[in-house]
Design a protein around this ligand. Structure first.
Ligand code: AQP
Length: 332
């Protein structure tokens, strides 16, 4: 059986990057895989969070999954902290993970920056928790963006280390699930920086809850360069803002980057931006309306998460029991 595990952190405003780079792809996967989609609230705690906002954002991510087309009957949707096995397995796997492996993780270096000594243990151990998330369900495939490839590689190493240490083929080595057109959406204010929830400028991203007017305004204000739109892919290479906006258009329209370049070659930015705003408002506006409708009913969202947690626990508990047995931990 092929099983997918993936998640999003409830760390702020979900944006077009989260949708095009992750959630939209998951909607396709649910047809062919047994899918578990998590709201990884324990991962969110690796950086400081406001408790009230964390609760609201957890519901918002759940609403986004459903509004984007993930079926909560077919897939398991739950928040990580409701299944205790994630934290328990992370400890057990952490005891088998050499520090040298964690020291190589580039995301810790980027997020801790110059303040390495003040960074929390959780931020350092993040990739072990991610390995536990995947292995707790014996997931076989993990959809990953460029930024998570190294962590998935580590999860494979940890699974292999466990199997060798206890002489079993217990954990499958999870495979990356790659998508044909891998979409990396960049900031609307700086085409060299990825669009991010934690960017202080709201104009840097299209939030999944933005309405048509907000989308049009942000696209109108998006940074550009003074030249008309490029006529070739080669010409676009040195122009990050043009590349980003054209790439967003291609992803939203479901056509290739080359086709979009050809269609808008030589256009001025303001005319192109009007077309892009209409397209984005059409695709994202529909999701935003559905998200708002769902978020107005927190009882429904909590019900989805509760049922998801029960289903997730039913898979996780026997796996964890076997791990305890293999490691010699007595369960009297
Ligand atoms: N700009 C992006 N383009 C394409 N994909 C993206 N993802 C995030 N940003 C982009 C993908 O969304 C999924 C969930 O990501 P996450 O919740 O783990 O957050 P993140 O990767 O750390 O990025 P964010 O959303 O910008 O959050 P902050 O600001 O908190 O770091 C992942 O599959 C990710 O690849």
């Amino acid at each position: 059986m092929k099983r997918i595990f993936s998640g999003v952190q409830p760390t702020g405003n979900l944006h077009l990057g989260n949708y095009l780079g992750a959630i939209r792809n998951w909607v396709q996967l649910q047809k062919d895989f047994d899918c578990i989609f998590c709201i990884v609230d324990l991962h969110a705690l690796t950086l400081p969070q406001d408790p009230k906002e964390l609760t609201g954002q957890t519901r918002e991510v759940t609403a986004a999954y459903i509004a984007a087309g993930i079926d909560p009957e077919r897939c398991i949707i739950f928040n990580q902290s409701t299944v205790p096995g994630h934290a328990e397995l992370a400890w057990l796997l952490g005891c088998l993970t050499p520090l040298g492996w964690l020291n190589r993780m580039t995301q810790f270096k980027e997020k801790a920056g110059k303040h390495r000594e003040e960074a929390g243990l959780g931020l350092y151990a993040y990739p072990v928790l991610m390995a536990a998330d995947i292995l707790l369900y014996k997931a076989t495939h993990v959809p990953v963006g460029e930024d998570q490839k190294q962590h998935l590689e580590l999860a494979r190493d940890i699974a292999g280390a466990f199997n060798r240490r206890f002489g079993v083929e217990f954990f499958p080595l999870p495979e990356p699930q790659i998508f044909g057109a891998c979409t990396r959406v960049m900031s609307l204010r700086d085409g060299t920086k990825k669009m991010s929830k934690s960017d202080t400028s709201d104009y840097s991203r299209l939030n999944m809850t933005d309405d048509a007017a907000a989308i049009a305004l942000k696209i109108r204000k998006a940074k550009t360069d003074p030249q008309p739109l490029p006529a070739t892919e080669k010409e676009a290479e040195a122009r990050p803002e043009a590349t980003n906006l054209l790439g967003i258009y291609a992803a939203l329209a479901g056509v290739s980057f080359a086709e979009v370049i050809q269609r808008f070659a030589g256009w001025n930015f303001s005319d192109f931006k009007a077309e892009l705003a209409d397209l984005a408002a059409d695709v994202c506006g529909r999701i935003a309306v559905e998200m708002k409708r769902l978020m107005a009913d927190p009882g429904y969202i909590d019900g989805v998460l509760k049922r998801g947690a029960e289903r997730a626990n039913a898979i996780a508990a026997p796996v964890l029991r076997d791990v305890f047995d293999l490691m010699g931990l007595l369960r009297p």
